[in-house]
Every structure is written in structure tokens, then in C-alpha cells.
Design a protein around this ligand. Sequence first.
Ligand SMILES: [Zn+2]
Length: 365
Amino acid sequence: MMHLPSRHRLVVGITGLIFILGSLSAQTATALRDEPACQTLRPASAGGPVPMNPNVLLLRYLGRANYEVAYRGRILLLDTYYDNLRLPYGERFGIKESDITRADSILVGHTHFDHFGDAPSIAKRTGASIVAGPIAARYIASQGVPERQIHLVRGGETIKFDGYIVQTALGIHMPIDASDDAGFRELITTVNPLSDEEKAQLAEWRKGQSDGTRLAAAEDPQDPENDTVHHGTFVYVLTFDGGFRLLYSDTAGVLSGGERVLADSIHAQAGKIDLAILGYLQLGFSLPKAIKVTEARVKIWNPTIFLPSHFHDGEKAELPDMPTGPLFESLRESVPATHSIEPIYRSPVCVNTKTDEYFVGYYVH
Ligand SMILES: [Zn+2]
């Protein structure tokens, strides 16, 4: 009888371990956890370790829709807009543009400044290639990035890089009509008002810095060269040597025709998406709307692992922080084979690319 309490504690302990490690066998879990890259908050792109095992892919969420991917010695940046003082009162994801010392490629999910603002300086410093639509490509070139590093895309391209292939589809940006978030803005100004200092910073910023506000204000939806919503938003499918396939989208727009065609073409060839990153954000903070849009896309892509993007934009951003619980509960019913992961800033997510088993280093330091 005296042994029962300790046996009980043992069972609880094992259950907790299984929860953290997903479906890992003990042996693979050890392999993933033994990777130094999976045991640090330091991004690989900022001088941290890259996976040693060629079957381990490291993924790290770096705020807003930024992710880094490190695999077989290569480092890819999905969007580039880190801690900065361009926005009023800044945003703190724990990494600054100047921290980035290593990148092979930058994929720009859409041509709004808060998704590529740090691409020019990083590309100049690291020599990274940049894949981007017209507005971003022009801006990046204007900042002195050599043309040979810039791949202009419009959706439908297949670009071969050393070690991986990038397929693109034209996507659709999430709704950004002012009426869509009027109620939410009114609510947050009441319950979470800006301090006088923050108001002053905002006024100063709006007075005219050469940044995203100005770029966005100059857009014209009638002009394909100068529009983000229908001409500058992209979905990327990365197929790595060895076959692991990663999908990336940095906005919570509705499923586009191009995205649907790309998904169908991959599935028609018996291909599967191992890991999908898709936007989860609704400016009016309507969870039913947000879940409907993201869930429709998760169902079409049917990934083994799903992570949201643009759902956690910094504590002072004028964007709602989206709760992942209600989305994941809905996905648990509609796509039961998909494992959803909520990433936190800089924590490593390591995936065995042969088996899709994963380890999330929520508690590493
Ligand atoms: Zn945008």
C-alpha cells in the first residue's frame, strides 16, 4: 500500500513526458533532444548551432510571421522583420536585425513592410538570396541589394536552390479594410490605452518615416506591379533533398485558387506536406472568422504538423494576440491526423524529417 503514491507519481511523470515529445519513440526523442541546436534559444541565423544530424530540421519562431529553418547546413529565413524601433514603442521578439549573421535564402511571404523590412540589410550582410513579389523586390533593390540575389516572383514559379526546391502560388492577403477592425480598435483604446509617451511616439512615427506606412499607402489594387493583396502575397512549398516538404504562408487570407491548384498537384502525385505554417489572424478579433479561414487551408493542405504565423505580434502591436486553443480544438476534430504546435519566441522546434516525429523545446534556455 505504501508504494501506491510513488507509482502514481511515476505514471503522471511519464504522461507529461509523452505530451511534450509528441509521438516520439524514446530513441528518436533522445536523438532530437541531443542536438545542441534543439537545446538553445539562440537562433542558428544569429550564430547558434545548426542540427548535426542530417535528418533533423530546426524551426524557430521569431515573432510576427518570422521563422528560421536550419537543415543540412543551410539556413532559410521566412520573412524578416525583427525587433525594431520603426514601429511606435517597438516590438520585442528577442532578436534584432543586427543579430542575424547567417542566411542562405529569405522568402518574403507578402509585400508589406512588416514582413520584409529587414531583408535588405540582412541580404547585404550575408549574401542571402531573396524571393519576393514586385513591391518588395523593387524596395530591396533600391536599398542596394545586388539584382543577382533577388528572385522576383508572381506565383506559379519553381525555383531550384542548392538542397531544396521552392514552388510558389499566388495567395490572397487577409482582409485589411478599416471597417473590419474598427470595433476592436475602439475596444483596445478603452481597455488598453496608450500612455502619453506612446501616443507621442505614434504621432511622431506617422508624421513621416520612410517605411511601411508610406509603402502601403502608395499601393493601387488596379496595378499588379503595385498591389499586395491580390498580386504580392505568396504561398511557398519547399521540398528539401530527401523529400521533406514544408509549406509557408505569412498571412491569414482566404484560400486562393493558385494555392488550391498547388496543393492538389502535390497530393495528386502522392506527395504530402510534412509541416505547414499558415496565418492565423483576424483584425476584428472574431475567432469564428479566424478559425474558419485558417481551418479551410489546413484541411486542403492536410499537413502532418501545423504551426500558426502572425498570431502573436508583440505585446504592443496594434494587432490582436490570437488564442491558439480554440483553433487547435477545432482542428483536432476536423483534421485529426494533424498535430498542431504553438511556438513561442525563439524556442526550437525540431523535426525528424524521416519520421515527422518532433520535439518542442519550450523549456530550453
Ligand atoms: Zn500584410
